[in-house]
Design a protein around this ligand. Structure first.
Ligand code: DQA
Length: 145
């Protein structure tokens, strides 16, 4: 069974109660359920952390195991060069990594318009709620066939 790592950065553990007007009412458990329903042939390993070092460690793990990644870097998107370097380790190893966002950061505050991650990601999907993740998984599966 194909495995995919679905990594979520800071404050995404609060989905469900965090700004539902922006992020919707679904929780991370709901997200996992949706991904498993949309992609029954894939083993979804969904994780969340508020810690930058933890996220970087998981990316190193993905590069070593050659596991494709769906990454929502949350606020780290906008300023973490350390996370960018870790993402580059994954993609330069030839492992696909899709940057996703629930909201469309370009339609929000100015500081969200910059992503230091996008330039080293395989691609980016933003603005489609949890469907951003499901579409990313579809694209990863298509690449792996
Ligand atoms: C987010 C957008 C980021 O700007 C924000 O900091 C998040 C969530 C999104 O999924 O829309 O935490 O990555």
């Amino acid at each position: 069974m194909q495995k995919v790592l679905v990594l979520n950065g800071p404050n995404l553990g609060r989905l469900g109660s965090r700004e539902p007007d922006v992020y919707g009412g679904g929780t991370l458990a709901d997200l996992k359920e949706q991904l498993e329903a949309d992609h029954p042939s894939v083993e979804v390993d969904l994780r969340q952390t508020d810690d930058e070092g933890q996220l970087i460690g998981w990316l190193h793990e993905a590069a070593d195991a050659r596991t494709p990644v769906i990454l929502n870097p949350a606020a780290f998107t906008h300023y973490s060069y350390a996370l960018r370097d870790a993402v580059a380790i994954v993609t330069k190893a030839g492992v696909p990594l899709v940057e996703v966002h629930i909201s469309n950061p370009h339609a929000r505050e100015e500081f969200r318009h910059t992503s230091v991650i996008s330039g080293v990601a395989t691609g980016v999907i933003a603005g489609f709620g949890f469907d951003s993740y499901s579409s990313a998984l579809w694209l990863i599966r298509r690449r792996s066939n």
